[in-house]
Ligand binder design. Structure first.
Ligand SMILES: [Fe+2]
Length: 282
């Protein structure tokens, strides 16, 4: 009987921990050494990355999250999608977040995820209304390219149906380079931001040095030696859910995000702000 009590106690403790964990903010540091073009000086680019906020607030007007990001003194911030929860009224949250960042002097670039795109489910124009409004608050990079601090950023807007279709169907219709184009071989450091890293094999022709994604929430529950437990597609042990990985000729960085959606907990998986230093050396 006592064993049942102990197991029950441990389960209750884990559940309380998992809910409390959604309020923690942790900064994770990664470093990449990259080749520096011969006509340029060696330098380090410091990039902050957040994803999957899902309307989560850390303090009034998200001040704790905004201050934590601003305090990292990054050269710029990549916001890799799913700031909102697919509802037109979430616009207020996105405006509050990006205005707060701007007030703190943070230079942000916003790449849409599936939850921005799902605004179309409320009406054909809802996504366009959201994008038009947000344009005056932050630089949006969807199927577009922008050069920032010696890096070239490209945003891939993954078609919404890909998030729902079975993986085996996708190869038949998904052309990532057709949507976003490929990087020129110009010696610069090329970063692709694509919200869902599950499709990383399809991004290869874009020729990025680094691909950044989120979406998987670190697998929600993380187990020692195993990693993430479940994906938004309800696949068990989805693999690359959090970390910096070698991927083809480049790297893949997957952030576990800062918020939660549907399941209001995270286990051994603190909300994450990533700081990535790219050291360009000869
Ligand atoms: Fe997502």
């Amino acid at each position: 009987m006592i064993i049942i009590y102990i197991i029950f106690g441990l389960m209750i403790t884990a559940m309380i921990m998992a809910v409390i964990e959604t309020r923690i903010l942790r900064v994770t540091h990664y470093e990449i050494i990259a080749d520096c073009p011969s006509d340029q000086d060696e330098k380090t680019v410091r990039i902050a990355i957040v994803s999957d906020l899902h309307c989560t607030r850390f303090g009034k007007k998200n001040k704790r999250l905004i201050d934590k990001i601003a305090g990292q003194k990054a050269d710029f911030l990549i916001v890799a999608g799913d700031v909102i929860n697919s509802r037109p009224g979430d616009l207020r949250y996105a405006v509050e977040f990006f205005d707060g960042l701007r007030n703190e002097g943070v230079e942000a670039y916003y790449f849409f995820g599936n939850h921005e795109q799902k605004l179309v489910l409320y009406g054909e124009n809802e996504l366009q209304i959201f994008e038009n409004e947000m344009k005056s608050h932050v630089r949006i990079v969807n199927n577009d390219t922008v050069e920032v601090k010696g890096t070239v950023l490209k945003g891939l807007l993954i078609p919404l149906r890909m998030y729902r279709d079975s993986l085996s169907n996708i190869a038949g219709y998904f052309d990532a380079t057709g949507l976003a184009g490929s990087f020129c071989d110009d010696g610069k450091y090329h970063i692709l931001v694509a919200h869902d890293p599950t499709f990383v094999d399809y991004y290869r022709d874009i020729n990025a040095d680094l691909t950044i994604g989120g979406h998987l929430h670190g697998g929600i529950i993380r187990l020692p030696f195993v990693g993430g437990l479940i994906s938004p597609r309800h696949r068990l042990f989805p693999g690359k859910t959090k970390g910096l990985y070698d991927e083809g000729n480049g790297k893949l960085l997957v952030t576990s995000g800062v918020g939660w959606h549907a399941l209001p907990f995270r286990f051994l998986n603190d909300p994450q702000i990533v700081i990535l230093e790219i050291k360009m050396r000869r």
